[in-house]
Design a protein around this ligand. Structure first.
Ligand SMILES: Cc1ncc(COP(=O)(O)O)c(C=O)c1O
Length: 432
């Protein structure tokens, strides 16, 4: 059914490692060749090069909160492109965008824009090290913070497919020694580390996804986040919230707003760029002012704060800050998930559907996921069968058992109902 996709992918494999520019796009996890080769997108749907249509629940891994090719975003980007797409010189839209982000997020007093989430988290830990003068960072098992060396240890997302430790080759032993991994939602281990481990005084920062997306949607226990906040304060380490997914996704103030936590630094990405390459790191002024040119922590970028991305991001933020936006988005998500949740409960199925607002995951083979440990008993074969079932019916979900699905404001009730119906059909006929 997808001959053109097959041809393009075969040719791509000759010039691009694995035929893709990011491993999660390869569909290797779900054992389907060729992967999707997309031609265009509009609203809640994407169209492949063979003319097939799919309702999209990946939404560029959460970036497209307004759906594909939203008119206002397209117009803002086009206008800027006509005036010039990059200068490597400061522009007024960067100031407008910084003002918008700092006004929406109370814990961000100053912000620096970069081009990717990877750059944002990489900058955040360099800043934390520069500010505290300490060397070690703590990350949590299964959390993903992009592909810089310090984070490719027990990481989530595509890294889980490379080997059992989810640790990339090419990361040196000294980097590994400076990254300490602790389990998510495990207050006992956390407390024990911060009271007895001799390395606790060397910790510059703890970084985490406050609500994970990269091992599927896993909610934090409120007490765990509070404990983290208190313990980091006690030892003089910074608390970094990686809200690349959750920022402007679970609410205007991200996960920190939902859980009333005040991280020292916050990383943003995805939604903040309105579908263009933009991300940000922000936080308390006294920490942010350690960045060059004011301070001695270096960070730079030819395309940082790119005006096209800033216009798209600014337009997106202006639309999502309108009253009722998140309420309506949540209602859309619930329209899809509620019938499935009811069915799982009624039939007492060994499936977990975990959700926060417009992001959720369906885990097969488990009743609840609290940490990476719980993912050991995931039924990946069932997920692959599920993925294929939906894909063949024109529904595209992230091609991995451990990722989040996303709803955009462009998802129509009709498409949400079709999807929910299809999932129930699968659970009724293919799930024992
Ligand atoms: C929580 C989180 N942090 C960081 C990143 C890295 O962002 P990017 O892919 O833009 O480099 C991602 C990417 O998915 C992410 O989900």
């Amino acid at each position: 059914m997808r001959p053109k996709s097959f041809d393009i992918f075969s040719q791509s494999c000759k010039a691009i490692p694995g035929g893709v520019n990011s491993p999660a796009r390869s569909f290797r996890g779900v054992d389907i060749t060729p992967p999707l080769i997309v031609e265009s997108g509009k609203g809640d749907s994407i169209f492949d090069v063979d003319g097939n249509t799919y309702i999209d629940y990946c939404c560029s891994w959460g970036a497209l909160i307004l759906g594909h090719a939203h008119e206002a975003v397209v117009e803002a980007a086009q206008k800027q492109i006509e005036k010039g797409s990059t200068f490597g010189i400061a522009t007024a839209i960067e100031q407008k965008m910084a003002e918008k982000v700092t006004s929406l997020m109370p814990n961000i007093e100053k912000v620096r824009f970069v081009s990717s989430g990877t750059e944002a988290t990489m900058t955040a830990i360099r800043l934390a090290r520069g500010y505290t003068g300490k060397s070690k960072i703590i990350k949590l098992a299964g959390h993903y913070h992009g592909h810089s060396d310090a984070f490719l240890i027990q990481a989530g997302s595509g890294v889980t497919n490379i080997n059992p430790t989810s640790t990339s080759k090419g990361v040196t032993s000294s980097v590994i020694a400076d990254t300490i991994c602790l389990p998510f939602n495990d207050s006992l281990t956390l407390r024990s580390f911060f009271t007895t481990d001799p390395r606790r005084e060397d910790v510059a920062a703890v970084i985490l996804e406050p609500i994970t997306g990269n091992m599927g949607v896993v909610l934090p226990e409120e007490s765990f986040l509070e404990l983290l906040q208190n313990l980091t304060k006690q030892v003089g380490a910074l608390l970094i919230f990686d809200e690349v997914i959750t920022g402007f996704r679970v609410g205007l103030q991200g996960a920190q707003g939902l859980y009333r936590i005040t991280p020292d630094l916050t990383c943003l990405g995805k939604v903040v760029g309105g579908g263009f390459p933009a991300a940000a790191v922000g936080g308390k002024q006294k920490i942010m002012d350690c960045l060059a040119p004011l301070g001695e922590v270096y960070q730079a970028g030819t395309l940082s704060g790119n005006p096209v991305a800033m216009q798209a991001g600014f337009t997106t933020l202006s639309l999502i800050e309108k009253p009722h936006f998140y309420k309506e988005l949540q209602e859309k998500a619930n329209r899809l998930t509620k019938p499935i949740l009811d069915f799982i409960q009624k039939q007492n199925l060994n499936i977990a559907l975990q959700q926060c607002g417009s992001m959720f995951s369906i885990f097969f083979g488990v009743k609840k996921v609290k940490s990476k440990e719980d993912l050991k008993s995931l039924d990946r074969n069932k997920f692959n069968q599920f993925f294929r079932y939906l894909f063949e019916r024109g529904i595209y979900i992230p091609p991995s058992a451990e990722e989040a699905w996303f709803i955009s404001s462009a998802h129509t009730n009709e498409h949400l109902d079709t999807t929910s119906h299809c999932i129930l059909e699968f659970l009724n006929t293919k799930y024992e």
